[in-house]
Design a protein around this ligand. Sequence first.
Ligand code: PLP
Length: 422
Amino acid sequence: MLPFARVGGTLQCEGVPLDRIAEAVGTPAYVYSSASIRAQYERLDAALAPVPHRIHYACKANSSLGLLALVRSLGGRIDVVSGGELFRARQAGFPAEDIIFGGVGKSAQELREAIDAAVHVISVESEQELRLVDELAREAGAVARVGIRVNPEITVETFHDYIKTGEKGGKFGVPFDEAHAVARIADALPHVRLVALGMHIGSQLTDLAAYRDGIARLEGLIDGVRRDGVTTLEHVDIGGGLFVPYDGESPADLAGYASIVVPAVQRLGLELIVEPGRFLVAESGVLLARVLYRKRSGGRDVLVTDTGMNDLLRPSHYDAYHRIEAVHATTGRGRFDVVGPICESGDFLALDRELASVDAGALLCVFTTGAYGISMASNYNARPRPCEVLVDGSRYGVITVREAYDDLVRRESLTPDWRTSS
Ligand SMILES: Cc1ncc(COP(=O)(O)O)c(C=O)c1O
């Protein structure tokens, strides 16, 4: 069953008409299909079934507790990149042994939190960070389980430069030619145990050759490290990056992906870790918005909606395409700029887009917004962030309430808490 379909002229999520949800909770609202997340998880799990593997959901894609709880109920584990995401993971009930803590700039405080929690792997991205983990683990009387995120330094095709993360000279990971030496240091340090070597090449990878090339580099590195006598490795981590269609493209070729990954993992004799973010949740989500005004400007038809870059940053930040449809079928089509309420020219959902010729009051559905939607939302222009709703079959429920004006000022005060410097 498709998670979103038109029934009797009205778009539905699973068995629930989207207009029903909008009436009940208002707009803008993110709506997620649990069936979609379940199906994606099961597809990936099945593709990797020939080898021992762990699916760590990269919750930067969407760390709302309701979705984390769903992923956990499917048997999923989690990948976090900040103390805040670690907190969220614990709130959602993930045990420490199901958590990988990554990220290029973890503070000492965040590393202490990860060490104290005894997470499964702290993925380090520089020699300095490795040495800091060793030092902090010594202070805590612990031995931290570490992985090294290696920059595989391969050039990939992605939709936007901002989602390339494995190219030479980038900020992520340990440069490939230093990785072997850093692994040797990790092996020698007394308060860390080197359990994983890994990479993350980028997001929205259209060409599986990137995985083939990256894994080949990791295999070479792991062979070399083992020849040096390192015996503690348990995992090879190939990151996330699986492709998600936003505009009717073919979905990720999981059979092709497995045909590259499975033999390599079998050769290595390690447990595989994957860190899918977008793949698990992007297609599960839509953003519901109301058209506030329709006007003409310089010969263009403009739909001003109640949602914009504050709720969904991807169109303005990445030039991302999101399919938009009217929730209620109408006759007639037009070309529109679909824009938001924010005082920025870059605040748009789509420019010069053909869609149903709707007017003020119409309900719009912005597709494929389950990943990097709410997790990148802000309060810009002092707009409360939207609510989130989870659908499961014929029922739906709010998993995140809409922010209130009070939430906007909760941490602020009219007068400073004055202190003197002496
Ligand atoms: C280390 C790491 N793992 C996993 C992911 C998830 O990527 P995706 O959402 O493309 O699967 C990211 C995304 O930036 C990442 O940096």
